[in-house]
Design a protein around this ligand. Structure first.
Ligand SMILES: [Zn+2]
Length: 364
């Protein structure tokens, strides 16, 4: 049996990708077509203007819309505007929320979407999943894959380093997520797609190999992170769910969002969760190896660095298994207050604190 997998037709990861957009296939797609741009409200609006400047002679109509947040109300409003006179294509421009909103509006109005990430803070830059806010809670929903992704490496180089670190945190979670997936498969709870498994695993390995090379510069690292996050998104498309890239570490992050005020970026919280999950999974050597990698990549290795207290970590770990109907390592342990305390001490030791500077803006 074979399956149909949706992947972007065009993947452009280059320096000056936006000013040179006129040289690409994406530019051909919009010839005498109606284009709607959806961006965030902050700095990404300036990027939207740059794109408009490049495409103004090519498209028959350009509509610029912005979204303040990823709430259902915002999405409904944008969808209403889109359906009044549907565009032929939507360009989603932003760091995270605007990409998610574009994907949802494109899916619901049946208009193809091209994403222009202005930062790589998560694997949302090319995935069949979008996070939206409903009743003040973040929820992941399935969406169509983007038809194209345009990544301007110069733009990413000027984005806050904190956002890229968060994106790498989201990437590193593939390892613990894949462990959980294999566990769920062995327990007879879920189908396994070995190809998606392989792809999500290789996405992380290729990035880790890259950062271990002595000669790698920041530009190559940004490109490597973008490529690996895209591979992760495609692994999700193959699997038909976020399973290859989302396991117990994501459940911990979701619980931090729902029950402890969501004080940090998704990828930062996930990176924190990876340490806990891999410890429970018996991958203690791996947890030790991650310490220096986190330091090098600017990722938090202690929950207090993200503003969480020990009590909040207890709450998040207790609530995590109920965040989603997804079998993970958390289902295989009866964690007591004492055992959680002991693991917190081992996974997040005192010396891991304060290695991390909470700087940079949040995504939008
Ligand atoms: Zn994620």
């Amino acid at each position: 049996m074979t399956i149909k997998v949706r992947i972007p037709v065009q993947l452009i990861i280059e320096h000056k990708a936006i000013p040179h957009l006129y040289k690409t296939e994406v530019y051909e797609w919009i010839k005498e077509k109606k284009v709607a741009l959806v961006s965030g409200n902050g700095k990404t609006r300036a990027v939207t203007h740059d794109i408009v400047e490049v495409i103004s002679g090519q498209a028959s109509r350009i509509q610029v819309m912005s979204c303040e947040n990823n709430s259902l109300d915002t999405i409904n409003e944008l969808e209403r505007m889109v359906l009044e006179d549907p565009p032929d294509i939507i360009f989603g421009v932003g760091g995270g929320k605007a990409l998610d909103v574009s994907k949802v509006v494109g899916t619901r109005s049946n208009v193809p979407v091209v994403l222009f990430p202005t930062a790589i803070s998560s694997d949302a830059i090319c995935s069949p999943v979008a996070v939206i806010k409903m009743l003040n809670k973040s929820t992941s929903i399935g969406v169509k894959m983007p038809q194209g992704v345009v990544i301007d490496l110069d733009l990413l180089a000027s984005s806050p380093p904190r956002l890229m670190s968060a994106g790498i945190g989201d990437l590193l979670s593939n390892k613990s997520a894949l462990f959980d997936w294999r566990l769920a498969h062995a327990a007879g709870k879920e189908e396994m797609n070995t190809f998606a498994n392989l792809m999500a695993n290789n996405a992380v390995d290729s990035f880790l190999n890259l950062i271990n090379r002595p000669e790698v510069d920041s530009s190559r690292m940004i490109k490597g992170a973008a490529e690996s996050l895209i591979m992760s998104g495609i692994a999700m498309s193959i699997a038909g769910s976020s399973r290859p890239c989302s396991g117990s570490e994501h459940l911990i992050s979701h619980a931090l969002d729902y029950h402890c005020g969501g004080k940090a970026l998704h990828g930062e919280q996930v990176a924190l969760g990876v340490l806990f999950s891999e410890y429970l999974q018996g991958q203690r050597e791996q947890v030790e190896k991650l310490g220096p990698i986190y330091e090098k990549l600017g990722l938090p290795a202690h929950y207090e660095d993200l503003g969480y207290t020990r009590e909040e970590m207890h709450r998040a770990i207790r609530k995590a298994p109920s965040m989603r109907n997804r079998y993970t390592i958390l289902n295989e342990f009866e964690l007591t207050d004492e055992s959680i305390d002991q693991i917190l001490d081992e996974v997040y030791p005192e010396q891991a604190k304060n290695r991390y500077q909470l700087t940079g803006s949040s995504s939008g």
